[in-house]
Design a protein around this ligand. Structure first.
Ligand code: PBG
Length: 326
């Protein structure tokens, strides 16, 4: 008998939808998704964001409704950002129990805290009038260690709201250890820490800065990472693991899949990826033009993160995607 073709035929695994479903190496589950949300102080109605079609700055009421909707769709977590009315040099609103973020966290815990993980953004940039993630020294540079003290106070205020997991996004050295120590010393041993470990100084944060009405002039390149650096992502994640992070994260996601894969390979805790505002905006914009299939692109973009090693994905499509996956 003469051979009629190859003996190794990977296409057999792709013959039918049931075969492909059975043999899929990765899938996305609603429980793995986290929805980032914006709450604006003093807002009378939800304000849609032009650069993020489908995303709005919430009022307290619309925040509650969107949280319930996400929880009902099976979304695993909610990550809250506050947009305060007043800002100052040290970001006082961040540590005020009546500051907008803390008020919102309390509302989320009350509304859906039994069914989803309520997460906070722990960073000063939304609360400072200069827009930096920390406080400044007398030469105008971001002062690492003085900022750590602010983060400790912020962590206590957030833990008091009942938030389950604090998202440390400021990229200060030693922030995980500083916050962990402050939490433990005040009896909040069960409050988790999600570390934005490898967070790059990215152009893909553009729409987010509209969403939080950022007042930043200049850039964050003295604390957020250089997009050129891969090894350094591993260094940052390793430090956060040693300092006690419960989850480590890579951000943005799509342009940093190598870093995500590196971190996933060494991490002893779950790994998250943040599909950021600019990634969202790109797909929405192309889909609005009819240039790509919106749903397929969204599903593929998140699946790619799972494949690269993300256990958890933060995405502005969390509720809609969870609905499709059910
Ligand atoms: C900082 C923070 C940023 C994002 C999340 N947390 C922005 C920044 O560093 O400028 C970006 C999220 C996104 O772009 O979707 N608090």
């Amino acid at each position: 008998m003469t051979p009629t073709g190859p003996t190794d035929r990977p296409r057999r695994a792709r013959t039918t939808p049931p075969m492909r479903r059975l043999l899929a190496e990765h899938r996305t589950d609603p429980a793995d998704l986290v929805l980032p949300m914006f709450l604006r102080e003093g807002a009378e109605a939800p304000a849609p964001l032009a650069s993020m079609p489908g995303v709005a700055q919430h009022t307290l009421d619309s925040l509650r409704r969107a949280a319930v909707e996400a929880a009902e769709a099976g979304v695993g977590g909610l990550m809250l950002f506050g947009v305060p009315r007043v800002r100052d040099a040290v970001g006082s609103g961040a540590t005020d129990p009546d500051g907008i973020l803390n008020v919102g966290l309390r509302a989320l815990v009350e509304e859906v805290g039994d069914t989803v993980v309520v997460m906070s953004d722990l960073c000063l940039d939304e609360f400072t009038d200069h827009g930096h993630c920390g406080v400044l020294d007398d030469r105008g540079a971001v002062d690492n260690d003085a900022t750590l003290e602010r983060y400790q106070d912020m962590a206590l205020a957030q833990a008091e709201t009942g938030a389950h997991m604090l998202g440390l996004s400021g990229m200060m050295d030693g922030q995980v250890m500083a916050v962990r120590e402050a939490l433990d010393a005040s009896g909040h041993t069960q409050t988790s820490v999600l570390a934005y470990s490898a967070k790059y100084a990215s152009a893909f944060f553009g729409p987010f800065r509209d969403a939080v009405e950022s007042q930043l002039e200049g850039d964050r390149r003295t604390y957020q990472m250089d997009p050129a650096n891969r090894r350094e992502g591993l260094r940052e994640a390793t430090l956060d693991l040693v300092e006690g992070a419960d989850v480590v994260m890579v951000k943005p996601a799509m342009s940093y899949l190598d870093v995500l894969s590196d971190v996933a390979a060494i991490s002893s805790v779950p790994v998250a990826a943040y599909q950021v505002s600019g990634e969202y905006a790109m797909i929405e914009a192309a889909a609005a033009q009819g240039w790509i299939d919106r749903r397929a692109a969204i599903e593929e973009s998140v699946l790619g993160l799972r494949r690269a090693g993300a256990d958890v994905v933060l995405t502005y499509w969390a509720t809609e995607l969870a609905g499709w996956l059910r």
